[in-house]
Design a binder for this molecule. Structure first.
Ligand code: GDP
Ligand code: MG
Length: 443
């Protein structure tokens, strides 16, 4: 029967020349698009569609078929089937362990944290001698900026400015440990405040060394001693108090102590012995992502290992793409970005989330498959979470909810990080009578 079909097929194609047939082992996931199936068998799409029709299935090349049907087709074409589970698609980006010899020293990634208005942005600006603060909406940091700075001794440092700790935590909860060193900014005229305490907790939880920058030392009401004694209560013992944590008195306004701060960071990073292998497929973490009117989805990515180049195909969280352009922290187009370099990546098919990991893959099919797998897994997870509530629970909740008014809101922000922070803050608002329900958020 098979041979007869084969003959009929060849006759239909009008080809009498026997093509040397290559038998392949075809990796088959739980569902596959017809054209991709043909691709993997290196058969013509038309032939595959035709044999599906012979099986009574009217599908086009862009439709997805299940694994059982695909298996029949693969057998019919004489290839071997290798069933793979959905999660196997991620195997292509499994962590490669670098040889000790390939590792080169990389710059440290420094995050500036601290209470609002204690001078995080000013300090960062003073360090890179540029002015961002005046251009910011309302003087509040809107985006996570990332900048590279060259110290006077030639060593390079990468700085991240955080809009708030919510973003830092959500990034960490997604497994993106991007920071090597935390600089805790405490204003000398204000001492330790709630967000200072939060920042300390975050740094400790992330197991990242901390350097205390006592800022606004130029002010006459500055009291650095109070800062140091306050910190003691939170188990941060600075060097001046015969502890281990480096502390530096600085002024973002006058520039006092900045060199000492950079020196302290350089010293700390030497102790950490940070290494990466620039000669491998890039891996990085998204620090910020936005939907730009002119440029489409844009992600600020901190490269953690390897080198990202123009033209590279990658998967990032539930999105994928091909690097169309790379833009560095100075707004210049660059061809590549190595370890500890922050770059804006253009060429994504959607907006990833902050903390999503970027991996370069060999083919676009791989990248797309991984992205689709992740999106489906996330969808299944959400659906499963919804299904977990029983009808009784639902009724009970509905009854309890009767007395509570709801304010449904849509959150639309310019960047992912802001949207996330706003949603988290909104969800905490509420009392017995009224609460906020976030219907949807996005950039
Ligand atoms: P952030 O919220 O931590 O990013 O704080 P900003 O960098 O926006 O600074 C808050 C305010 O403190 C601004 O008005 C700055 O001009 C001021 N400021 C920051 N650093 C210094 C400093 O070293 N000395 C003085 N006098 N003012 C400062
Ligand atoms: Mg700021």
């Amino acid at each position: 029967m098979k041979r007869k079909q084969e003959r009929a097929r060849q006759k239909a194609m009008g080809g009498s020349v026997e093509r040397e047939k290559v038998m392949r082992t075809v990796a088959l996931p739980e569902a596959i698009v017809v054209s991709e199936l043909a691709n993997r068998m290196t058969e013509r799409v038309g032939d595959v569609v035709k044999s599906l029709m012979q099986m009574g299935l009217m599908v086009t090349q862009n439709e997805t078929i299940d694994a059982d049907t695909a298996e029949l087709i693969i057998q019919e074409f004489g290839h071997t089937v290798q069933r793979v589970s959905d999660a196997d698609v991620e195997d292509v980006i499994k962590e490669i362990v670098d040889d000790e010899g390939d590792l080169l020293t990389r710059p440290p990634v420094v995050t500036i944290m601290g209470h609002v208005d204690h001078g995080k942005t000013s300090l960062l600006d003073a360090i890179r001698k540029a002015k961002v603060v005046s251009g910011e909406a309302g003087g509040i940091t809107q985006h996570i900026g990332a900048y590279q700075v060259k110290a006077s001794n030639g060593s390079v440092l990468c700085f991240l400015d955080t809009p708030g700790h919510a973003a830092f935590t959500s990034m960490r909860s997604r497994g993106a440990q991007v920071t090597d060193i935390v600089v805790l900014v405490v204003a000398a005229d204000d001492a330790v405040m709630p967000q200072t305490v939060e920042a300390i907790a975050h740094a400790k939880a992330a197991n990242v060394p901390m350097i205390v920058a006592i800022n606004k030392i130029d002010k006459h009401e500055a009291n650095p001693t109070k800062v140091r004694t306050d910190l003691l209560q939170h188990e941060v013992v600075v060097e001046k108090m015969s502890g281990e944590v480096q502390d530096v008195e600085v002024s973002a306004a006058t520039g006092q102590g900045l060199d000492e701060l950079i020196e302290a960071i350089a010293l700390q990073s030497e102790l950490l012995e940070l290494k990466a292998n620039p000669n491998r497929a890039a891996q990085g973490a998204v620090i910020e992502a936005q939907l730009d009117v002119g440029r489409g989805p844009v992600a600020t990515v901190l490269i953690q290992n390897g080198t990202l180049r123009q033209g590279d195909i990658f998967v990032v969280g539930e999105q994928y793409g091909k690097v169309r352009a790379l833009i560095n922290d100075k707004g210049e187009r660059v061809k590549e970005a190595g370890p500890s370099v922050p770059v804006e990546v253009l060429g994504l098919n959607g907006t990833p989330g902050a903390g999503d990991v970027l991996n370069v893959t060999e083919t676009e099919a791989q990248a797309r498959e991984i992205a689709e797998y992740r999106a489906n897994a996330a969808k299944d997870k959400r659906a499963a979470a919804g299904a977990a509530t029983t009808l009784e629970q639902l009724m009970a909740n509905a009854k309890a909810d009767e007395d509570v008014s709801e304010l449904p809101i849509l959150v639309k922000a310019d960047v992912q990080g802001s949207a996330e922070a706003i949603v988290q803050a909104m969800e905490k608002i509420g009392n017995d009578e009224v609460r906020v329900r976030v219907l949807h958020s996005g950039v």
